[in-house]
Design a protein around this ligand. Structure first.
Ligand code: GRF
Length: 193
């Protein structure tokens, strides 16, 4: 199946997912999309030789992004550090086939404005004993769809924001590709019935 990855920033998850599926026979990342023309993910995509589509907010809203996904025969959409809300036109086109990763144990530290290091700063400020990742289906609200997997990580009082970020990234790299693969296997199994 063809996977599209949406990212607004550095794109280390997008790269990790692309490399994971490069080693697999059945599924591939065939398109990387970004709403940010200056995002690091664009250079990563170029190195990985994956086509990139950079789009505007209007193109996301008016169905132009959806048309690109259709034209490229995309089966599954992965958000990895993507900061805009996914519009109804995409949710309806890919029911149960759009997922996101959030760098905290939702519902804690989620919602509008909670992204990237802001999440880890808030976790640190609250002296949380644990943080972690949440992988969830995407709906029309921020960080709100049904949870697929949460993984917890113990924090030490001396962990600073960048230590927390590193711990969370490690979890993301370990778990996100496998969750995507499992969901694709489920879709394949259902299609065969
Ligand atoms: C990740 O922590 C992801 O969970 C979050 O934004 C970060 C993106 O990192 N939503 P990268 O762009 O994949 O390096």
């Amino acid at each position: 199946m063809n996977i599209a990855v949406f990212a607004s920033g550095s794109g280390s998850n997008a790269e990790n997912i692309t490399r994971y599926f490069d080693r697999k026979p059945e599924d591939k990342v065939t398109l990387i999309l970004s709403d940010n023309p200056n995002a690091g993910v664009i250079e990563r995509a170029r190195k990985l030789q994956v086509p990139v589509f950079v789009f505007t907010k209007d193109q996301l809203q008016n169905g132009a992004v959806k048309e690109v996904l259709e034209r490229q025969s995309i089966d599954f959409v992965v958000l990895a550090g993507f900061l805009k809300l996914i519009p109804k036109n995409l949710i309806e086109k890919f029911p149960g086939r759009i997922i996101n990763i959030h760098p905290s144990l939702l519902p804690k530290y989620g919602g509008r404005g909670m992204y990237g290091s802001k999440v880890h700063e808030a976790v640190k400020a609250a002296k949380e004993e644990y943080t972690g990742i949440t992988i969830h289906f995407v709906n029309e609200k921020y960080d709100d769809g049904a949870i697929i997997l949460q993984v917890k990580e113990k924090l030490r009082p001396k962990d600073d924001v960048s230590d927390i970020e590193k711990k969370v990234h490690r979890l993301e790299y370990n778990y996100y590709p496998e969750v995507i693969e499992d969901l694709l296997d489920d879709i394949r199994a259902k299609n065969k019935k």
